[in-house]
Design a protein around this ligand. Structure first.
Ligand code: ATP
Ligand code: MG
Length: 399
């Protein structure tokens, strides 16, 4: 793998003494050339700081950041400018100049780079055509929709033909349909122009749709990373499990589970649906084989990286021994979480309650670290979990 970007124990501490915040904490990570790499995590996890290290908008406190084979932590300003020229960036708030037209905004970086007027004109036309807003060249940003503004942002970021595009919450201000349009455009930027894209987001849907690989950040650290499908289908860290559960909402949150138990006092199980293991159909085959009744009470099946992923929560009815045999059977092919019954409930791994004593969890607890530096970021425990609609939540519906 040729790395476009490598972090080597990269650490960024803001402030000193008691006020010090470890925004990025010893991150070691390779982002390959030509991939779309997602960085997810809740607010304050350190995502923006991590990408700002790439174009040296922030400098590391310790460790190294290597961009295109160059250790940028050793570079001086004139050399850094060259590295920055090869990196485009887009933002949540678009950051367009309101006094310039769309064409003027896109032409600006070319002007700074010393392009002739004629060359600028040709390049701007080409870029606006690529992002699909050629008809808006003379319009001012104030008259554009959010999606159109972000297209301008993307055109401007691509103007000087960077090899890396950093997208910091680039779709967070957009509605779901417009988000998908912009994500499709980013996919084209990646596929047709071969540009490495780093997508930072707290929205699971964004990484789910376009990221090839992902890293999950919490309190400055990367707690898990790998192929998007592997990380989301088999999250190893409790924090990632909860992130997947709370954002995909295919599993009942503790609150939803409470309500479900009122309506469905019998034995409930949550069965994973994945490409390599069973599908929903296996559950029904199992029910038939063992003569057990089953009612789907919650769930969702969607796609990650174009592969099926999700879970079904089923209430089982019938003979106890038959139910045990069915569960044992299902466990041969897929993950089964036993939720117990209303009278004898079991904790679920994706609930906050289950997260508290987590010896196998590699993440450091919130608060003061070994060296007295406070970790930045909001713990995942602070985020409300789960869906609220039970069976009425549409299948395939992440969020
Ligand atoms: N310039 C700064 N000075 C001091 N602290 C900072 C600075 N920038 C970020 N931080 C702190 O570093 C931590 C990480 O912030 P960062 O902006 O990287 O998080 P994030 O994951 O991008 O969050 P969000 O999703 O809200 O954008 C936070 O605790 C934040 O308060
Ligand atoms: Mg941020």
């Amino acid at each position: 793998m040729t790395a476009a970007i490598s972090f080597r124990a990269a650490t960024k501490v803001f402030g000193t003494g008691r006020d010090a915040v470890r925004a990025v904490d010893s991150v070691t990570l390779d982002i390959a050339r030509g991939e779309i790499f997602g960085v997810i995590g809740y607010s304050g996890a350190g995502k923006s700081t991590l990408v700002r290290l790439v174009n040296a908008l922030e400098t590391v406190t310790s460790g190294e950041v290597i961009v295109g084979g160059q250790n940028i932590t050793e570079l001086r300003e004139p050399e850094l400018r060259k590295v920055r020229a090869g990196i485009g960036m887009i933002f949540q708030q678009f950051n367009l100049m309101s006094s310039r037209t769309v064409a003027g905004n896109v032409a600006y970086p070319l002007k700074v780079a010393g392009w002739s007027k004629q060359d600028r004109k040709r390049r701007v036309a080409e870029l606006l055509d690529f992002v699909g807003i050629a008809d808006k060249a003379r319009t001012y940003p104030g008259k554009l929709s959010g999606g159109q503004k972000q297209r301008v942002g993307i055109a401007r970021a691509l103007a000087t033909s960077p090899s890396i595009l950093l997208a910091d919450e680039a779709t967070s201000a957009l509605d779901p349909d417009t988000t998908q349009d912009v994500l499709t455009l980013l996919q084209r930027v990646n596929r047709e122009l071969g540009i490495t894209i780093v997508v930072i987001t707290h929205e699971m849907d964004v990484v789910r749709s376009i990221a090839h690989r992902v890293a999950v950040m919490e309190q400055g650290a990367v707690i898990e990373h790998g192929a998007a499908y592997d990380v989301f289908a088999s999250p190893r860290q409790r924090a990632t499990q909860r992130f997947v559960a709370t954002t995909l909402r295919d599993r009942p949150s503790p609150e939803v589970l409470e309500r479900l138990r009122h309506r469905h006092p019998g034995r409930m199980i949550t069965v994973s649906v994945r490409e390599d293991v069973g599908t929903g159909v296996d559950v029904f085959a199992g029910l038939r084989t063992h003569g057990v009744d089953g009612a789907i009470v919650f769930g969702g099946i969607t796609e990650i990286d174009e592969r099926p992923f999700g879970s079904l929560t089923v209430e089982l009815g019938g003979d106890d021994a038959a139910i045990e045999a069915l569960i044992a059977d299902l466990r041969q092919t897929t993950d089964v979480h036993d939720l117990g019954t209303a009278a004898d409930p079991r904790d679920v791994p994706w609930s906050a309650a289950a997260e508290a004593p987590a010896p196998e969890d590699e993440t450091t607890p919130a608060g003061v670290g070994p060296d007295g530096v406070r970790s930045g970021g909001v713990g995942l425990g602070g985020v409300s979990s789960g869906g609220d609609a039970g069976v009425t939540r549409p299948f395939g519906g992440a969020r």
